[in-house]
Design a protein around this ligand. Structure first.
Ligand code: NPG
Length: 376
């Protein structure tokens, strides 16, 4: 066995940042006009590493929310890691006693992993067994007041090269909108994402959507409802993709065995970290279930990690790994730019391969907290 390098985490710095969005992003949960995020900086003996926490203002996507993540990171998680953890895989064990809070855990693990990979001079993509240096990108289109407004937005993205379009749907704004868009764009790879807003009583709606030649329907039913997803999948030709329902590699295995989906979405925050995200990938890859990498309006810090995940061999569908200008006029890092062929480069430098631009970071920072070793 090779001797793995070890590091010492001297301190953790938390920073809340707020960045205006170029346009409001509306899902079945509501509308976001600015991006708030917690950035985690692991200060090691050797340098530093960065992670981003994707919890939102309110606990709508999952039970996590930004303020709760901040408290958990500050009060329990960072103290459990400072001076205690020497390898990234030890972060999850050090935090196992804390129930849930996967997004906060993921951010702290990401920072330690980034610091460790920087020290070792290895890129995150190669650490994850990535096989591509560019990845195809899709775009997620929020709910707009009319199908025409959505269509106009979509045409703009398609002209930039995006390879597939994911339409957010919600009860009352679904079939008619998707049908209009499908009629206008008969050949565009289209998906719909319901964020769990429907129930089994809506099966006729999904049967109607099934006629529209969609790539997939993402998370039609409740997060905790694998059995009903399996029943719905059995009635549809269109693959169901599970997002919110997959919180771990164990969930992925259950979903695959129950045939609750035919595609799996991975977001490292949702599953508690990049290392668990790799395990979810491995379950899906081993079962021939295609994977794509989601997005949660991340700044460049989280986006860089998502691109590295997208380079793994089982990630065969374009992800929500959109360019920085999809969301921000000014990203926290050097911007990620889409090539006209609809791909983006996977960062190749050690760790996540990017870091926040100090001046922009300073301007966007709303609060900070520094957690160092207990002085006992
Ligand atoms: O491109 O980063 C992106 C956003 C893609 O649609 C997107 N994200 O449900 O997947 C989702 C949705 C989301 C965003 C969910 C923010 C929760 C918070």
């Amino acid at each position: 066995m090779t001797q793995e390098p070890t590091l010492s985490v001297r301190a953790v710095e938390l920073r809340e940042v707020a960045i205006p969005l170029v346009r409001p992003f509306r899902t079945s949960f509501g509308e976001e006009t600015q991006k708030r995020a917690i950035l985690v900086r692991a200060i090691t003996d050797d340098g530093e590493g960065w992670g981003e926490c994707v919890s939102s203002d309110e606990p709508r996507y999952s039970e996590e929310w930004l303020e709760g993540s901040w408290m958990a990171l500050e009060r329990w998680m960072s103290p459990a890691v400072v001076s205690e953890v020497h390898r990234p895989d030890q972060v999850a064990s050090a935090l196992r006693w804390i129930r849930g809070h996967r997004m906060a855990k993921a951010a702290l693990e990401a920072a330690v992993l980034d610091g460790w990979l920087r020290m070792a001079g290895v890129s995150l993509s190669s650490h994850l067994g990535g096989v591509r240096d560019r990845v195809p990108c899709g775009v997620s289109v929020g709910i707009a007041p009319t199908a025409e407004a959505m269509l106009e937005e979509i045409l703009g993205y398609l002209s930039k090269g995006y390879r597939r379009v994911k339409l957010k749907i919600e009860p009352g704004r679904d079939l008619a909108v998707v049908r209009t868009i499908r009629e206008a764009l008969p050949d565009t790879p289209l998906s719909v994402d319901a964020n769990g807003a429907y129930t089994p009583a809506d099966t006729p709606l999904f049967e109607a959507l099934d006629e529209l030649g969609l790539m997939m329907m993402v998370q039609p039913l409740d997060t905790e409802d694998l059995l009903d997803h399996a029943a719905l999948q059995a009635r549809l030709r269109t693959p169901i993709c599970l997002d919110e329902s997959i919180r771990s590699a164990r969930d992925a295995l259950a979903a695959v065995r129950l045939e609750a989906c035919r595609i799996i979405n991975i977001k490292p925050g949702r599953v508690g970290g990049i290392l668990e995200a790799k395990r979810v990938h491995d379950v899906a890859f081993g079962s021939n279930v295609p994977v794509w990498i989601g997005g949660m309006l991340e700044t460049g810090v989280g986006r860089a990690a998502n691109l590295a995940l997208a380079s793994m061999p089982g990630v065969t569908l374009p992800g929500d790994t959109s360019a920085s200008d999809r969301y921000f006029r000014e990203d926290l890092t050097e911007p990620f730019v889409l090539s006209p062929d609809g791909t983006m480069p996977v960062p190749a430098a050690p760790g996540i391969g990017v870091e926040p631009l100090p001046e922009h970071l300073r301007r966007c920072t709303v609060r900070t907290s520094h957690i160092s070793a207990r002085s006992t």
